[in-house]
Design a binder for this molecule. Sequence first.
Ligand SMILES: Nc1ncnc2c1ncn2[C@@H]1O[C@H](COP(=O)(O)OP(=O)(O)O)[C@@H](O)[C@H]1O
Ligand SMILES: [Mg+2]
Length: 507
Amino acid sequence: MSYRLQSSGAPAGVLAIESPLHDLEVIIRSRTPLVAVETNEEPQIVRITRKIGQRLQLKAYRWTVTEGLQAFDPCDQPLQSLVKSQDILGYIKTESKYSLFLLLDYHPYLQDSVHIRQLKDVALTYEKHYSTVLLVGPSLKIPEELLPFTAMFRLPLPTPDELRGIVLEVAGEWGAEHGRREVETTNKSLDLLVRNLGGLTATDARRIAARAINDNGIIGEADIPEVMRAKYELLGRDSLLAFENETVRFAEVGGMRRLRQWLAVRKDFFHGAQPEFDPPRGVLLLGVQGCGKSLMAKAAAGVLGVPLLRLDFGVLYNKYYGETERNLRKALETAEVMSPCVLWLDEVEKGISVDRDDDGLSRRVLGTLLTWLAERKKPVFIVATANDISGLPPEMVRKGRFDEIFFVDLPSPENRREILTIHLKKRGLDPIAFNLDELTQVTEGFSGSEIEQAIVSARYAAHANGGDLSQADLITEINQTRPLSVVMSEKIDELRRWAAGRTVPCD
Ligand SMILES: Nc1ncnc2c1ncn2[C@@H]1O[C@H](COP(=O)(O)OP(=O)(O)O)[C@@H](O)[C@H]1O
Ligand SMILES: [Mg+2]
């Protein structure tokens, strides 16, 4: 069902400043001469300062290097023009009374000894003017001399309600611009959009929302992948987390009924639908290679409607020699910033097998990972996959690390049938044209991946013979395949024995 979205109620600008406004007001009232505000959110800090000025009956000014000093209320505008970065500080010290000075882009001057001295003078003479200076910049390095007089202030990120407000506001603007009052959307798409804007500043959220709306005036599910990617570009690109473009629908996974059900039941709780429930935190998928564990990680992200980030252990160990743990911690922090998201630890046993000879590095990596798994606060759903138990440290599989450990076995006849169907259809072939009973039978012992490969190869063979893919082509290809389950039957038996009692079957 789609409906039309009308911008209504309080604009986000109003919503988004309530709590930071209160916090900053407290700082100013506690007679702090200097406040350092590290932010890119200039419009927001301007709005807040102006509002505090009104509430506390203080004169309020902003200063930029190009426009000089401007009073928010024209009546307060000083007679002389004050443009130079030093003049303004002299003015504050000697002429001002009960005022707020918002100095934008002031960070270059904080390196200069004259400016530092002047700011210190302003602070030391506070009792004469009762004016507060707010230094604003994307990153501020406050010199040591000024630290005793300076309060740090951070703008909090918008809450989900505020993000919704921002989207409504952007939708309203789009409507006004296009002579229409509405943007078309569904509840589901709107929720998805708002959810995926989480962790962004108001400005970035606004920009990304505008991009999603502006192309066609629709907020649809089709916009979401682009939103996720844009968010990753802003927040995650520098980390060791790879953004996986390809997420998958449940319909593309054969079998794994129990696991699918498990996820479906928990989906809404992951998004905090009912905070009194413990949100799902993650699963470990253990089992036979090629049977769909990686596929299921992608499906988990698809079903939860959030980005999929893969932690690349290979890069973690190779690229930044000597900085492995720090980079892991950074990557995990990024996952929290990117939340809600799925964090995929693919073939985790290779990343943390602790018996290798590396001066205890992988042990420390394991420790870092386990600590984070236990302590993380944000909605980051973990999907860890492993093919091999011998490399898997026992701490990893101890109860409570993951919500559940699922065992992914070779597909049953019924599931092979499903997998055949999925992969034939995926290639534009009609499953009804084939004898699926027979194909199911002859693929006994095949993994999902091997079934797929057989179809792929048989198509080439058919093409080389100048015909369409036939049952016979498939049978020939299948008969030529020696599935891993034959080659590795002992290993698989061992895996099954280990899994019995320790894991839950995914079917
Ligand atoms: N249960 C399945 N349903 C559908 N396709 C499957 C299934 N298992 C494997 N495949 C196919 O084989 C490919 C490789 O499987 P993958 O998920 O990488 O296995 P694993 O991670 O368990 O080793 C998948 O991308 C998919 O195309
Ligand atoms: Mg895999």
